[in-house]
Design a protein around this ligand. Structure first.
Ligand code: SAM
Length: 285
């Protein structure tokens, strides 16, 4: 096997990894979504990360499921009156080019400078379906993040903030600080994928070498309690394994779990060993 730590030189390379899974899903005859630009933005490195990554993570069922759930959640939230989408740590996501969006919708992407520069170049000849802009910002820098949010939210009244595949690369303190920064009146919803401690431990063990330069960190025992303590309540919760089962994407060896009752993510989680991950939509106050 290649020295996998060299495949993910920094956290931004993980965006190529996700894109490679979206490209593979798009090529299926029964694809859950069609992302025609995913292969381009994934590039050779994205495909190599999939090929050399841990065997248990090679089919990407969880990332494909997460993508489909968030696609649907965005469309639902726009129908509910969302007037702006702010995609924090947008990575190589290409939703503004592929979702059925109102042309007048403002969609703002933020990510680290090198990734933004590369994405701008890769997609320079493509036309988004809405009013798209991109900003280079380190979201772990509170002052830079504040400046970005002040600008990005000017004129918005019911914004949806999306942080997909971001928070587990941050520390607990960074997530706490992000949650406080997003608690402002222009932001009506925050869509985020959460993993509990049992999942984070399992993935960290499987990716010790691959993600040596971008280790998973944030993973509380009870993610919804963590956010509730910060004033953020989940109004939509989709458990990934059960959604994947519904979408016919759950690996065979996980199917027995879905014979059990679906865990209630809102109930306090006493059994810390139980793996649990979900896409949730949070509202504040
Ligand atoms: C797993 S990728 C997810 C990308 C995208 N949201 C998606 O689902 O395809 C993680 C992303 O987080 C971005 N990221 C991590 N830390 C960041 C930070 N401090 N500021 C801005 N972006 C960050 C990386 O550059 C990368 O694009």
């Amino acid at each position: 096997m290649a020295d996998t730590a060299e495949l993910v030189t920094n956290v931004s390379d993980t965006a190529r990894w996700v894109a490679a899974f979206r490209a593979a899903e798009s090529a299926r005859p029964d694809a859950l979504f069609h992302d025609p630009l995913a292969d381009r933005v994934a590039g050779d490195r994205g495909r190599a990360i999939v090929a050399h990554g841990p065997r248990m993570m090679r089919d990407g069922w969880n990332l494909v499921t997460r993508t489909k759930l968030i696609d649907d959640l965005i469309i639902q939230t726009i129908a509910e009156g969302c007037d702006r989408v702010i995609n924090l740590a947008a990575g190589m996501d290409t939703r503004p080019y592929r979702l059925d969006l109102p042309a007048e919708l403002t969609w703002i992407e933020a990510d680290l400078p090198a990734l933004i520069a590369e994405k701008d170049a890769l997609l320079a000849d493509e036309t988004p379906r809405c009013a798209l802009t991109r900003t280079a910002v380190d979201l772990a820098d509170p002052q830079a993040r504040q400046r970005f949010l002040d600008e990005a939210l000017a004129g918005a009244q019911r914004a949806l903030v999306l942080t997909e595949g971001l928070i587990y690369y941050l520390s607990d303190d960074d997530v706490t600080s992000l949650a406080a920064a997003l608690a402002r009146p222009e932001i009506a919803w925050w869509a985020v994928d959460v993993n509990n401690k049992a999942i984070v431990k399992r993935i960290s063990k499987a990716t010790t070498e691959l993600l040596a330069n971008a280790p998973w960190q944030f993973g509380p025992v009870d993610p919804l309690r963590f956010f509730a303590d910060l004033g953020w309540t989940a109004d939509e919760v989709e458990h990934l394994a059960w959604a994947a089962h519904r979408f016919h994407r759950l690996p065979w060896f996980m199917k027995p779990f879905t014979l059990l009752p679906q865990p209630d993510p809102r109930a306090p989680i006493n059994q810390a060993w139980k793996p649990w991950s979900a896409v949730v939509r949070l509202t504040h106050g």
